[in-house]
Design a protein around this ligand. Structure first.
Ligand code: AMP
Length: 435
């Protein structure tokens, strides 16, 4: 199917041609004609499905008629994070380059003076995070009574971040004639209540069930021995893979993001970090360096990376198995986007068993294992380890002191990254330090 059959204007079709899009994604094919007819939409779709264009394209055409009034935006797009808001703004610029729409952004970390000047003149599109928007509404700088189209994007992420009461307040300030376009990857009951209350006879479009992952992504599970040093070695090995063009490495905690990023830098990788502790400007800068190919790898936490639109990521690496299985789908959705081939590798240690079991249950299928013998305790080594432990115990029972020779051979083995035999369960901290 071609974009020409969806009812979009020639200006948009020409911008799409320049963007190199030959045909609409399923959500675009289903949503665009209904939005152009003025219907409310409930889109159950994750990022990577082309959902941003599914609402920006028809909005550009809808808003091309009419004029904005001071402080009364004609359309409002609510986004959970500043990064997502900035990406939607980029989409409007890209697809709306042949139209004269005006736009303002109300997001944290961006100076307000310029945005307020734009708002005072009147904007067609206002993109905002809920808290920032309400600040402005309360100070009388924005009035929502003239809004024609409202987009609530990534509603389930808003729920995770505690924004739903703000979204509800904003919906109550809207005029009766509003057209609402509502998007969420999943439909927890809080979101369902919100859509029941505010959407009018919506067209529901579900393009991909929440636990499904794109078929263009090959997924591999890489078992590794239990500690971080081996995990980092395994990661480095994977990063050096032949077809790795660029990639995002996900960790469960900010602390881990910092440690992994530092370690990769020491080993000569081109890498940047993205987590919630960094100032907004630094995050944007790192993201643009990554998008521009100046840095090859991004180490990121879930919140910082959710929904980022990075079109050409060849690989995703899960340094940790996510504690929330849904995050796995979001993480690996950074690759294999818009029909491109993608690869996702997940490191798994025996400690992660609980999370791995939960993930497999959630996905409803196993993830194929890729075994690297050097990164796991092979069964015969485990046997050797336990035999050595028994031998040590017997020896220690007779002679409590070990010979100097034995100690230094263990250290040699550890420094060569060989499996260390006879340490028992406790590995001394100095051996765990990254080499
Ligand atoms: P989204 O789901 O909105 O985050 O979009 C995912 C990616 O797909 C973005 O990089 C878009 O630029 C790209 N994209 C959106 N629509 C199309 C299309 N029809 N053809 C090719 N790429 C697209």
């Amino acid at each position: 199917m071609s974009f020409e059959y969806l009812g979009l204007s020639d200006e948009i079709l020409s911008a799409l041609k320049d963007a190199g899009y030959s045909e609409p994604t399923p959500i675009q094919a289903k949503a665009i004609p209904s939005i152009l007819q003025g219907r409310d939409i409930l889109g159950i779709a994750q990022t990577g499905t082309g959902k941003t264009a599914s609402f920006t394209l028809p909005m550009i055409d809808i808003l091309s008629q009419g004029r904005a009034r001071a402080r009364m935006p004609r359309s409002l797009i609510l986004e959970p994070t500043r990064e997502l808001a900035a990406q939607v703004a980029e989409s409007f610029e890209k697809y709306g380059k042949n139209s004269k729409l005006t736009m303002a952004l109300l997001i944290g970390g961006v100076a307000f003076a310029d945005q307020e000047r734009l708002l005072d003149r009147g904007v067609d599109v206002l993109i905002a995070t809920p808290g920032r928007l309400l600040d402005h509404v309360e100070r009388g700088r924005v009035m929502l009574t003239g809004t024609e189209v409202l987009v609530v994007d990534e509603a389930d992420r808003m729920l995770d971040m505690g924004f739903i009461p703000d979204v509800e307040r904003i919906c109550k300030l809207m005029p009766q004639t509003l057209q609402t376009l509502f998007f969420s990857a999943t439909m927890p009951k809080e979101i369902k209540q919100l859509t029941d209350q505010f959407l009018k006879n919506p067209k529901t479009i579900e393009v991909s069930p929440p636990s499904s992952t794109a078929s263009t992504i090959t997924q591999k599970l890489v078992p590794v021995a239990a500690h971080d040093k081996v995990k980092r070695q395994a990661l480095r090995h994977l990063l050096r893979g032949e077809d790795v063009k660029n990639g995002i490495i996900f960790c469960n905690r900010k602390k881990e993001v910092k440690v992994v990023c530092k370690s990769l830098k020491i080993h000569g990788f081109s890498v940047g970090e993205l987590h919630g502790d960094l100032p907004q400007e630094t995050r944007m800068e790192i993201l643009s360096q990554f998008k521009g190919g100046e840095i090859q790898f991004l180490v990121a936490s879930d919140v910082a990376a959710r929904g980022l639109d990075i079109p050409s990521v060849s690989h995703v690496f899960n340094f940790d198995i996510p504690t929330n299985p849904e995050d796995y789908v979001h993480r690996i959705g950074r690759t294999g986007r818009a029909g491109k081939e993608g690869h996702a590798f997940t490191l798994s240690t025996p400690r992660d068993k609980k999370y791995l079991d939960a993930l497999i249950k959630f996905l409803g299928k196993e993830i194929e294992e890729e075994i690297y013998p050097e990164f796991q305790n092979k069964p015969e080594e485990r046997k050797k380890t336990s035999a050595a432990r028994k031998e040590r115990k017997t020896r220690d029972d007779h002679s409590p002191r070990q010979s100097k020779k034995k100690k230094s051979s263990r250290r040699d083995a550890a420094e060569k990254d060989e499996p260390v035999i006879g340490m028992g369960d406790h590995i001394p901290a100095f051996l765990l330090r990254d080499g």
